[in-house]
Design a protein around this ligand. Structure first.
Ligand SMILES: [Zn+2]
Ligand SMILES: [Zn+2]
Length: 162
C-alpha cells in the first residue's frame, strides 16, 4: 500500500525527473453516481477481446488503461458492485460496476489491488480523446466484426502466454 512514487528532490536531471505535470484523466459511469480521477499516465493502454470483457461491456471488446492504485481515485460515495470471474491464469478477476446503472468502470477491487484497469469508454468528454490503445489482448476470441483499424500489437491471449 506504500507503493507511491517518491521523487528525490535533489535529482532533477532528465533521466530521473518526475513525470511532467500530467493533466488528470477523469471519467464517470452512465448515471454519474461514480466518478474517478487518474492522476498519472497509464502504464499501458489497449483493448481486451476476451469473451468475459465482451459480455461485461456488451460490446466487441473492452478498452482499458492500466493504472497504479495510487493514481486512481474514486470520487463521492461510490456504490460499487463487484462482479467476479476467473482469469486465464486461474486467479480471480474482478470487474467494478456501478450498483445503480450497471456501467462497468474498472477492474480490480478498490482499496485492495495495487493496480487497476480503467475502462476508457467511461472517460469524460475532454479525456476520452487522450486514450491511446497500443495492444490488443485475446485476439483469438475477437469476432470478425470487432476488428478495429487502429495500429496495435496483437496477442492471442496475454503478453507472455502462448
Ligand atoms: Zn452509475
Ligand atoms: Zn478481457
Amino acid at each position: 500500500m506504500s507503493d507511491h512514487h517518491t521523487t528525490n528532490s535533489s535529482s532533477v536531471d532528465g533521466a530521473t525527473a518526475a513525470e511532467p505535470t500530467f493533466p488528470p484523466l477523469t471519467g464517470h459511469c452512465f448515471c454519474g453516481q461514480i466518478s474517478y480521477v487518474i492522476s498519472s499516465s497509464p502504464l499501458a493502454q489497449g483493448f481486451c477481446y476476451c469473451r468475459d470483457c465482451q459480455r461485461v461491456s456488451a460490446s466487441g471488446f473492452l478498452p482499458w488503461m492500466n493504472v497504479t492504485a495510487s493514481s486512481f481515485t474514486l470520487a463521492g460515495m461510490p456504490k460499487i458492485e463487484y462482479v467476479r470471474g476467473t482469469s486465464i491464469r486461474g486467479t480471480e478477476k474482478v470487474f467494478g460496476t456501478c450498483a445503480h446503472c450497471g456501467s462497468a468502470i474498472f477492474g480490480g477491487q478498490y482499496g485492495v489491488h495495487e493496480k487497476h484497469t480503467v475502462y476508457a469508454g467511461t472517460l469524460d468528454d475532454d479525456s476520452v480523446s487522450r486514450f491511446k490503445p497500443t495492444m490488443a489482448l485475446f485476439v483469438r476470441e475477437r469476432p470478425a466484426w470487432a476488428k478495429v483499424h487502429v495500429e496495435m500489437k496483437e496477442f492471442d491471449t496475454l503478453p507472455g502466454l502462448s
